[in-house]
Design a protein around this ligand. Structure first.
Ligand code: PLP
Length: 454
């Protein structure tokens, strides 16, 4: 087997690019059995010069009523400057028509260059990118491409509640890998894998949200990221890096490299599948996410897309491209910096109110990315008095006029927990203050009731 090598690793050594055959052991039966779309697979041939195509059953765009799309977008760094954008001519024709499964070429190229620059990854190192209808769509397709019914999967816990039902629907054994304020607990991960029963297939994937995790708000430190990468090599699992809060980092220290970016340091690339989302930085309703990673996995995901929804909407891709193209990469950077600063201020307002109202009633650590506070209710000095945030938040807090999410929804096991997730993305200062004041009233009453029962 020839192993393609490109670029240089950390000490100038060649980087090994894992060959396509490496992924045979990772792809699910569904992915292996899915045949390429008989029509979509031939689409590239239509582009051959001189070819007259009678291939695709595309509708004739002369019948489409939309004649242009006008969008007005704020220019990064100058809220007073609104840029009118028009999608017309060939771009409009592309926006209104079926297009490539991976995404419209202009957007794919723009995003590929972004990934290459942002994550310092050379093109030609065995990776590519596909556009999806949000990163949730991408994740769902990745799981279908990689997981067989009943497989064991490693899941950073607490976990984003949106992935748990996906694993459940495949009857996966979710192995909870605990996290702390530094990210995934690599000691626990190592011990899970080192004590894995002989003869039982080891998990082939690890799901993690490295920046401003949903729900914990934690950003994994560098040391942990490197250890996870090392363990992935030792134990053969792929890292599913779900990173929708990457651009919502507002910590004081320099931004940490992604797993995708760190991977070449291990001397070998091809074990990271990265999910990005434009939901938090451009629009959640536009439904654009993208997956970056090993070509064979992307091919399998595209196979799923070709049979599930054919492609992500060309129209929203065209609008996205028009906005991004009008900004350029520098404008994108400026915009994401402004967005992260916005959430930083929201975080500060929320934390100040937490200190005013929940001091002594809850404990938390301060998020440096994303939009969530994850706090533990402290309602008794007796450690044996188990606090279940579900009953308190769903019933009592709701009656008291305030809502948040009980932590149990983020635990694959669904076990009881004293933790609560609060999103600080939307509320203004007055509402934050009032919400946490109301929560304080509920918690004080709960504490009193518990003291009386004791
Ligand atoms: C960790 C995580 N992954 C994925 C998603 C889904 O994002 P998208 O809107 O790109 O589908 C979310 C949304 O909140 C999320 O928090």
């Amino acid at each position: 087997m020839t192993v393609p090598t490109t670029g240089n690793g950390i000490n100038g050594t060649a980087i090994k690019v894992l060959p396509a055959s490496f992924y045979d052991q990772y792809l699910s039966n569904a992915a292996k059995e899915r045949k390429p779309s008989p029509i979509r697979g031939l689409f590239p041939l239509e582009l051959e010069p001189g070819v007259i195509s009678m291939l695709a059953g595309k509708p004739n765009s002369a019948t489409f009523p939309i004649t242009s799309i006008q969008v007005t977008s704020r220019f990064p760094g100058d809220p007073t400057k609104e840029v009118p954008l028009t999608v017309e001519g060939p771009a409009l024709a592309e926006a209104l028509q079926y297009s490539a499964t991976v995404g419209i070429p202009s957007l794919v190229t723009w995003l590929t260059n972004l990934q290459s620059t942002e994550h310092h990854r050379k093109q030609g190192e065995g990776w590519r990118l596909s556009v999806a209808s949000g990163s949730q769509d991408a994740f769902y397709k990745a799981i279908t491409a990689l997981i067989n019914d009943g497989d064991s999967v490693l899941v950073e816990t607490p976990a984003y509640a949106g992935v748990i039902p996906v694993y459940e629907s495949l009857h996966c054994e979710m192995i909870e890998v605990p996290t702390d304020e530094k990210g995934i607990r690599t000691d626990a991960l190592r011990s899970i894998l080192e004590s894995w029963p002989a003869g039982k297939p080891k998990p082939r994937t690890l799901y993690t949200v490295p920046y401003g995790s949903n729900p914990t708000g934690i950003t994994a430190v560098l040391e942990r990221r490197l250890e996870v990468l090392e363990l992935s090599r030792q134990h053969g699992f792929l890292i599913l890096e779900d990173d929708p809060y990457y651009y919502l980092y507002y910590g004081k220290a320099a931004r940490l490299p992604s797993y995708f970016s760190l991977e070449p340091q291990t001397g070998e690339v091809g074990r990271v599948l990265r999910f990005d989302s434009l939901s938090k930085i451009l629009s959640a309703g536009i439904r654009i996410g993208f997956t970056t990673g090993p070509i064979p996995i992307l091919n399998a995901m595209d196979g799923h897309t070709a049979s599930a929804n054919l492609q992500t909407s060309s129209l929203t891709q065209a609008i996205t491209f028009a906005v991004l193209d009008s900004w350029g990469y520098d404008g994108f950077k400026t915009h994401t910096n402004i967005v992260s600063e916005f959430y930083c201020q929201k975080r500060d307002v929320f934390e100040a109110a937490m200190q005013r109202h929940l001091d002594g009633l809850a404990e938390w650590s301060t998020p440096e990315a994303g939009m969530f506070f994850w706090f533990k209710l402290k309602l008794s000095d007796d450690p044996s008095d188990e606090v279940d945030s579900q009953a308190i938040i769903r019933e009592k807090a709701f009656k008291g006029g305030v809502l948040a999410l009980p932590g149990t929804v983020f635990l694959p096991s669904g076990s009881k927990t004293a933790y609560v997730r609060a999103a600080f993305s939307l509320l203004g200062e007055k509402d934050v203050d009032e919400a946490l004041r109301r929560l304080r009233v509920v918690l004080l009453k709960e504490r009193e009731d518990r003291a009386q029962k004791a």
